[in-house]
Design a binder for this molecule. Structure first.
Ligand SMILES: [Zn+2]
Length: 218
């Protein structure tokens, strides 16, 4: 299944880019106390007293991706290909993100492929790229497209393929309560979109042969 997310659309600006003032730590902790009361508990009881500060520290980790510009990061780290002209595939990059609708965890794996033109990046850099986008509030379709567009813009390869498989806890633990459902999104650019053979080579490498078609992906 391909999700159509236009790369032409201007990227949504973060609060920092818009110059929105960041609330203080005390304000953030007070908001957590409010949610604890809303849930029906007493934020002043022994077991919950340190919870607001723990939650705010957890947020700093879960949403640390707002502090990084993945494009700048990748630009600094590419290497020459040394003549390598075959598809590079990195599969099973685990990620943890949060959905922007419920702030519930999205947990899954990203598979990345690209056909280098002049530049390649190290494995750890691709994993880091996924992490930067995952550590923001996300929808899976958008994250998949962002990873692909970023690689495409910085490395300028012959093509980029990104497939994301994930479970959404807003769907498994609430609402429709459908555990075991995995959502698959993909973004195919360049040769991966235009050449079925190259696309199939990538999908076979990540164990998804025939599952995804190129049309409508770009
Ligand atoms: Zn959700």
């Amino acid at each position: 299944m391909d999700k159509v997310v236009s790369t032409k659309r201007p990227r949504a600006k973060s609060a920092r880019e818009k110059g929105l003032p960041r609330p203080s730590r005390a304000e953030a902790e007070a908001a957590v106390r409010t949610l604890l009361r809303w849930a029906g508990d007493d934020p002043d009881r022994e077991g919950l007293r340190a919870t607001p500060s723990r939650v705010v520290r957890a947020y700093e980790e879960w949403f640390s991706g707002y502090n990084d510009d993945p494009r700048e990061y990748l630009k600094r780290t590419f290497e020459e290909t040394g003549g390598y002209d075959e598809v590079v595939v990195l599969r099973d990059i685990r990620f943890e993100s949060h959905c922007e609708h419920h702030m519930a965890p999205i947990i899954g794996r990203v598979h990345i492929g690209y056909l280098p033109r002049n530049r390649v990046v190290g494995i750890s850099k691709l994993a880091r790229l996924v992490e930067v986008f995952a550590r923001r509030l996300q929808i899976q379709e958008k994250m998949t497209a962002e990873i692909a567009s970023c690689l495409d813009a910085v490395l300028k390869p012959h093509g980029v393929a990104v497939v994301t498989e994930a479970t959404h806890q807003c769907m498994t633990t609430r609402g429709v309560h459908k555990p075991g459902v995995t959502m698959v999104t993909s973004r195919m650019l360049g040769v991966f979109r235009d050449h079925a053979e190259t696309r199939q080579e990538f999908l076979a490498a990540v164990g998804m042969r025939g599952a995804i078609h190129g049309n409508g992906a770009g």
